[in-house]
Design a protein around this ligand. Sequence first.
Ligand code: CA
Length: 237
Amino acid sequence: MRVLIIEDEPELARHITRALTRYGHSASAQHDGAAGLQAALDDPPDLVVLDLNLPGLHGGEVLQRLRGAQSPARIIILTARGSVEDRVRGLKSGADDYLAKPFSMEELAARVDALGRRGGPTAADGVLKVADLRMDVPQRRVSRAGVPVALSPREFEVLQVLMQEPGRVFSRTELCERVWHRDHEYDTRTVEIFITRLRRKVDLPSSPPLIHTLRSVGYTIRAADWPARLLPLPPPP
Ligand code: CA
């Protein structure tokens, strides 16, 4: 998802941006209310992480103006711990969820994922993004770091299912059902073959891998973890 963070503490904003990017989202930050509101109106994100106590324009005001402008973005507000009043007012003004500070990045990522599922997987413009991988669904085009990736229709469909829910693990059976509309055990072999083909095209040795295997569980697509980038590259198949 495309996430806009409006948070005036630079360290926290950076921390959130980095964490959400690591979880496969495309995240950017603004540090005051007025600039944040403008950014959200100019280029509507899928989700806004909105601090309430902001310079320029209070977060509550940003929230009301976004809702007043019919912004389709889902909004998570950040409140001070114990500020029940802020939370209630925020939810009443149209926030979708809230997090009390301090919170863990895992907790934030889980809330972001939950809202992503609630709002439907595909962005309004039909463009899916995971790190530098971009899929334009209506145009049937895929690129990684701006370089076009040629996929067969089936490869495209497998990648689309993964990219619609970054970070979610799909079992072979589930992918088989979603793409081939079949559930026979035999066909799960086909899924493995397609994943291998996709990896060759999408995860070039020069870029951090996005398609991950969870042994005996399934597959997921997400931005590479920082520690994983420090590991040596596996030998070519
Ligand atoms: Ca603040």
